[in-house]
Design a protein around this ligand. Structure first.
Ligand SMILES: [Zn+2]
Ligand SMILES: [Zn+2]
Length: 331
């Protein structure tokens, strides 16, 4: 197919559609390898600085994107739908397949960091969850994306423009995180109200021992509002679509890790983020810890008190048991 292209031109603008698709895939893998290399190379607390090191990548990503979108022949709505769907396919399934190998075969040797070692969720529940996820990813994600596209356009989403400068990207990310965190906290807290809980949120709480796929196991009503809340900040800021997808990727990965059942992973987020242990407590005890990204709102409203009291009590075994296992292995 590539042979049909006019390969004499090296300008990004004049690349044919097949070349621009290949360049887009190359760009994606370059970004992933760049991020992985840095995340492994630097201490967790400095991993946020990965954005700064990506400064020289912005022009390359921007040029690749413009080349792709101008040559794709696809409508903006279709690109929006395909992009949202691709994020789910490229992140949700590969990460969960890796987690599956980790649960089953202790690869790559992280099983000792399980929060509830020795406990597994009901296999029938996991099967039902995976089936629903497949249906959701084939039908719900594309249809929902197509439906909300016009709202994003109304607020001025940029699609055929170059990427904005790094300060604008960081500003939009900060606004997206703020609203996802604030609205996510209150949505979750409202879903726990006794008049709503049993009709909607109870489904997500069928998991008492979490695994990665549980991250998006929810009633359709909850799924809808959770998705809207997650992208609300980008929507009102009229963010560039690539910034929206960057944030969606971060949000999805964070949701998977906080449901992974692990309190430690190479990319694990922990305080001040709602890591695995914080959210596992919410599933096991069904009280407090409503935060969706940061622990701030739980601290602010005091809804994390039962969790921290639990940490002090004799009942607490999450870390104690797993740390014992870790120390045994190290000795
Ligand atoms: Zn809940
Ligand atoms: Zn959950």
């Amino acid at each position: 197919m590539v042979l049909l292209c006019n390969t004499s031109s090296h300008s990004l603008d004049s690349l044919c559609i097949h070349q621009s698709y290949l360049l887009l895939v190359f760009c994606f893998f370059r970004l992933i390898t760049h991020t992985c290399r840095l995340c492994f190379a630097i201490p967790p607390v400095f991993r946020g600085s990965v954005f700064v090191t990506m400064l020289p990548e912005i022009d390359f990503i921007s040029g690749t994107w413009l080349s792709f979108i101008n040559n794709s022949g696809l409508s903006d709505r279709m690109i929006f739908v395909l992009g949202n769907t691709a994020i789910v396919y490229l992140l949700f399934w590969p990460i969960n397949i890796l987690l599956y190998f980790s649960y089953q075969y202790d690869f790559p040797g992280k099983k000792r960091f399980l929060i509830q070692p020795g406990l597994k969720p009901d296999p029938e529940l996991v099967k039902k969850n995976i089936k629903e996820n497949i249906v959701s990813h084939i039908f719900v994600v594309p249809l929902l994306s197509a439906g909300i596209y016009d709202i994003f356009v109304y607020f001025g989403m940029k699609m055929r423009q170059p990427l904005p400068s790094m300060p604008i990207i960081l500003r939009d990310l900060a606004v997206a995180i703020f609203f996802a965190d604030l609205l996510g906290y209150w949505l979750h807290r409202i879903l726990h109200h006794k008049s709503i809980y049993k009709y909607v949120h109870k489904k997500h709480h069928e998991y008492k021992v979490n695994v990665g796929v549980a991250s998006i196991y929810a009633h359709p009503v909850e799924e809808f509002f959770t998705n809207i809340v997650a992208v609300f900040g980008n929507m009102i800021m009229g963010s560039h679509v690539l910034v929206l997808w960057l944030w969606l990727s971060i949000r999805l990965v964070e949701a998977i890790f906080s449901h992974s059942g692990y309190h430690f992973l190479p990319y694990s987020l922990s305080f001040p983020f709602t890591g695995g242990d914080f959210h596992e407590y919410h599933h096991t005890h069904n009280v407090g810890n409503f935060g969706q990204f940061f622990t701030f709102w739980d601290w602010f409203h005091g809804t994390d008190k039962p969790y921290y009291e639990f940490l002090q009590s004799d009942k607490y075994c999450y870390y104690k048991e797993t740390e014992k296992a870790v120390n045994k292995k190290v000795e």
